[in-house]
Design a protein around this ligand. Structure first.
Ligand code: DAH
Length: 343
């Protein structure tokens, strides 16, 4: 027992005087005193050789030795890391961190939000519907019977027949679905993605985005339609922009019109963008055809209304000076990063 206590005292003294000037000697200290084969473990193992009446005394001495080893190790370790901070290359906490890239809204989203927010101010709510649609909601209910030649205007991706499934060619399917719900009056805008079987080029794509609008109530007139769209154009493109309506044909509206605005680039003088006409076509519109109302269970003798539909890509291209529609869907960060302005 005396021999063991003497050993503890010797190693305790050794520990007190030992210096660890570098990481290597510090690790050697840890292994010698605290490691699995170190002195603390080894001396602890002597317990079995100590007579029962002195075990308490031995235990106290060993505990003190162990605590001393742990504390000394911590002290040496701290001294080393503080020293290293000032001596060698280290982390400089005052440097700015690595910046996280900030995302920005897609230009189509910016333009859609802008269009929608103008109509919201006129009391229009947002309605959405499925992109995979059946023939009835996309065509038949809109007064486009199966053999109607106007179906040729929208070359369609058919997914299956019986049950028939297709990719919607316009968001007018949402108008139908809202009218079927039967709660009147209706005042909605329907933003969304639509699909047409078109050759992809700088000017057209097989999918694009639309915002359509629908207002159904008693005694709605063409003047209401014009006033709504005048307000929209002035808010969207500015007070100076001129507007004209041209008679047109859509099976789901009667009468139907297309609306042009004076060219934003040449202000009506004629340029390549407006094909020298001075005008840009931006939307189709009209008074909802009585057949469409009937198809949706609405009495056309009591209610009527107007509808309109516009693409989002075209005004976005005009606003941002984008010359190729394919850029919108190529996910090129260099393109997308340019649209940081909040709209
Ligand atoms: N659905 C038409 C299209 O995609 C646009 C349109 C025209 C929608 C007139 C309407 C409308 O609601 O009344 O070409």
């Amino acid at each position: 027992m005396e021999e063991i206590l003497a050993q503890i005292a010797r190693h305790s003294e050794e520990m007190r005087t030992l210096e660890t000037p570098d990481a290597e000697s510090l690790e050697a200290f840890r292994i010698r005193f605290l490691g699995p084969k170190g002195l603390v473990k080894a001396l602890m193992g002597e317990m079995k050789n100590v007579s029962a009446d002195r075990r308490k005394e031995f235990g106290l001495a060993m505990n003190a030795f162990k605590t001393q080893a742990e504390q000394r190790y911590e002290t040496l370790r701290e001294a080393l890391s503080v020293g290293a901070d000032t001596s060698g290359p280290a982390i400089d906490n005052t440097l700015p961190g690595d910046p996280l890239p900030t995302g920005s809204r897609h230009p189509i989203t910016l333009m859609r939000n802008r269009i929608v927010s103008i109509f919201r101010r006129l009391g229009f709510a947002v309605a959405e519907g499925p992109e995979i649609e059946d023939d009835w909601h996309n065509f038949t209910a809109l007064n486009l019977d199966e053999d109607h030649p106007a179906r040729d205007m929208q070359d369609t991706f058919y997914l299956s027949k019986g049950p028939d499934r297709l990719l919607r060619t316009h968001t007018s399917n949402v108008q139908i679905r809202e009218m079927q719900k039967g709660s009147l009056p209706i005042r909605i805008v329907c933003p969304g993605r639509v699909y047409r079987n078109e050759t992809v080029s700088a000017r057209s794509h097989c999918f694009f985005h639309q915002v359509e609008g629908l207002y159904i109530d008693e005694g709605v007139s063409f003047a209401d339609l014009k006033q709504t769209l005048y307000f929209f154009v002035k808010e969207m493109f500015g007070e100076d922009v001129k507007i004209r309506f041209r008679p047109s044909f859509f099976p789901f509206t009667e009468p139907s019109a297309e609306m042009d605005i004076s060219c934003l680039l040449c202000h009506g003088d004629g340029c390549a963008v407006c094909k020298r006409t001075g005008w840009l076509e931006i939307l189709g519109c009209g008074m909802v055809h009585p057949n469409v109302l009937t198809n949706c269970g609405i009495d056309p003798d009591k209610y009527n209304g107007f509808a309109f539909g516009m693409g989002i890509e075209r005004p976005a291209m005009l606003k941002y000076g984008i010359t190729d529609i394919r850029l919108f869907s190529e996910n090129d960060v260099r393109f997308l990063q340019q649209f940081t302005a909040a709209l």
